[in-house]
Design a protein around this ligand. Structure first.
Ligand SMILES: [Mg+2]
Length: 239
């Protein structure tokens, strides 16, 4: 259902427009309050499932009867450059460029020594602005984005962070417990839609790590049983 939704639902696409419309509003507000001498303005964004979508990869998995994320296929698929831009993404980042708001791309990817080149080529193919060594960071060794985000925040006034995973906003969310993760998010509820702009992703991310203890659990019957238990976490018991 999650993949069919990504493939077909106008609601899925509309959520990206909603997110980028919110982000644009934040940019306009920041520009209105920006004074000479203030730190320059910037947006920090995640890449996969935030500004570009791997829909075609998921279709391949379905056609090959895969019911879990498959890292080996993912690593082969990435250098095929089949990603598409998220609805509204290019327009938003182009708007940032026109207004002098710099965009920093911070991603976690690991396809070996060519990881950085693959990411840069994909973003250039889709004509995203600011694709250069100072604006594109790819962490291969860690999923912790805060080191790079903090470096950027020292020099820039970061208007908003864009992502499809709570970890794209704050590392403190990187916990393995479902309830704790939710509790931490609730503590920041006022920041969603302004400082933190969240995109939809029902197929992958650290929410899966909170269920399995692993973001990419292997496709085993034991894990299928864990999926089922997660899906029935709250379930009516008819008397
Ligand atoms: Mg992502």
């Amino acid at each position: 259902m999650a993949v069919a939704w990504k493939q077909t639902a106008a609601e899925y696409k509309a959520l990206y427009h909603q997110a980028y419309n919110m982000a644009r509003l934040q940019v306009d507000l920041a520009l209105a309050y920006h004074r000479p001498g203030d730190k320059p303005l910037a947006i920090i964004t995640d890449i996969d499932d935030t500004i570009i979508l791997p829909i075609n990869y998921w279709g391949y998995l379905i056609n090959n009867n895969k019911d879990f994320f498959d890292d080996a296929i993912w690593d082969k698929w990435i250098p095929q450059y089949k990603m598409v831009a998220s609805p509204g993404a290019l327009e938003f980042f182009q708007y940032c460029k026109e207004k002098g708001v710099e965009v920093f791309y911070v991603s976690n990817r690991d396809q070996g020594p060519n990881t950085y080149e693959y990411a840069m080529t994909q973003l250039n193919k889709l004509n995203f602005p600011y694709i250069d060594n100072s604006h594109l960071t790819v962490n291969r060794e860690t999923s912790n984005k805060e080191i790079r985000q903090n470096e950027i925040a020292q020099k820039y006034n970061v208007i908003s962070y864009l992502g499809d995973n709570l970890n794209d906003f704050r590392r403190v969310y990187y916990v393995k417990d479902v309830d704790e993760r939710t509790k931490l998010m609730e503590q920041d509820k006022d920041l969603y839609g302004s400082k933190f702009i969240l995109m939809p992703n029902p197929t992958d991310g650290h929410w899966i790590r909170a269920i399995f203890g692993d973001s990419e659990p292997p496709a085993t019957d034991q894990n299928r049983a864990i999926w089922k238990k997660a899906a029935a976490r709250s379930a009516w018991e008819q008397k």
